[in-house]
Design a protein around this ligand. Structure first.
Ligand code: NDP
Length: 245
């Protein structure tokens, strides 16, 4: 059985797009949707496209490339019904040594990149009057971490996107959710010094790092029928003015 294949949703055959789906967490997520019988497209910049998926080359820092990728996916699979904004980078360095480009490059990929794909996907979702948006954040976005002012700011910002998206498009059958994983064994974390890995491990109640498949199961569930009434927002039921602080 493919990894995560046991976390089936009831809906199948949907057009699903995952950014950065060629490796790591994104690839594990893509495999779960393939196993569920969905039409899966991934954006990638490097490497090969895994079997059973449509690979579209796109860098999330380019609005033009994102637009072209969506146009190709729409032509081959139909409008995107499930969007997983997963592409992300780190550039860890302590504040006093963090350059402005260390900060803005991470924001441009992790936060503005998510904005670009969410905006492009919303067009088709509004027309369909349904859609699932899942943003891959991080526990660091909620709690912070030394050396990650850029990364944690970008990941915290995704919560704001999801909350406002819920307020703006919730009435069109579109949900927006954020998954904030802890430490997952991928290329991103493999490059951390052993010392750092050990200090993270000491704070994890489960006493181990998670696998990408364990994140994929949650994402698949959020995109499934059982989660149709779950959407990230602020105070439940409180109506906010259209614009405001
Ligand atoms: P990896 O480094 O293994 O993979 C990152 C993915 O993002 C790759 O597919 C990469 O594509 C893609 N990517 C990076 N920059 C861009 C860009 N500008 N345009 C398009 N694609 C891009 O990371 P993970 O799988 O570990 O992380 C996936 C997501 O999960 C990230 O958002 C990360 O922040 C988040 N996360 C990871 C955790 C962890 O412990 N690993 C914990 C919490 C959150 P390419 O191969 O072309 O470089």
């Amino acid at each position: 059985m493919a990894p995560g294949a046991d976390s089936k949703t009831t809906a199948t055959g949907r057009s699903v797009l995952i950014t950065g789906g060629n490796r790591g967490i994104g690839l594990a997520i893509a495999k779960v949707f393939v196993a569920n019988g969905d039409k899966v497209a991934i954006t990638y910049r490097s490497g090969d496209v895994p079997e059973g998926m449509l690979g579209v080359r796109a860098d999330v820092t380019s609005e033009e490339q994102i637009d072209a990728a969506f146009t190709q996916v729409e032509a081959e699979h139909g409008p995107v019904e499930v969007l997983v904004a997963n592409a992300g980078i780190t550039r860890d360095v302590l504040l006093l040594r963090m350059s402005e480009s260390d900060f803005t490059d991470v924001i441009d990929t992790n936060l503005t990149g998510a904005f670009r794909v969410v905006k492009r996907a919303s067009r088709g979702m509004i027309r369909l009057r349904r859609g699932r948006v899942i943003l891959i954040s991080s526990v660091t976005g909620l709690y912070g971490a030394p050396g990650q002012i850029n990364y944690s700011a970008s990941k915290a910002g995704l919560v704001g996107i999801a909350r406002s998206l819920t307020r703006e498009l919730g009435s069109r059958g579109i949900t927006a959710n954020v998954v904030a994983p802890g430490f997952i064994d991928t290329d991103m974390t493999a490059e951390l010094p052993e010392e750092t890995r050990k200090s993270y491990l000491a704070t994890i109640p489960a006493g181990r790092f998670a696998s990408p498949d364990e994140v994929a199961g949650v994402v698949s569930w959020l995109a499934g029928d059982a989660a149709g009434y779950i959407s990230r927002c602020g105070h439940p039921g409180r109506r906010r003015p259209r614009h405001g602080p």
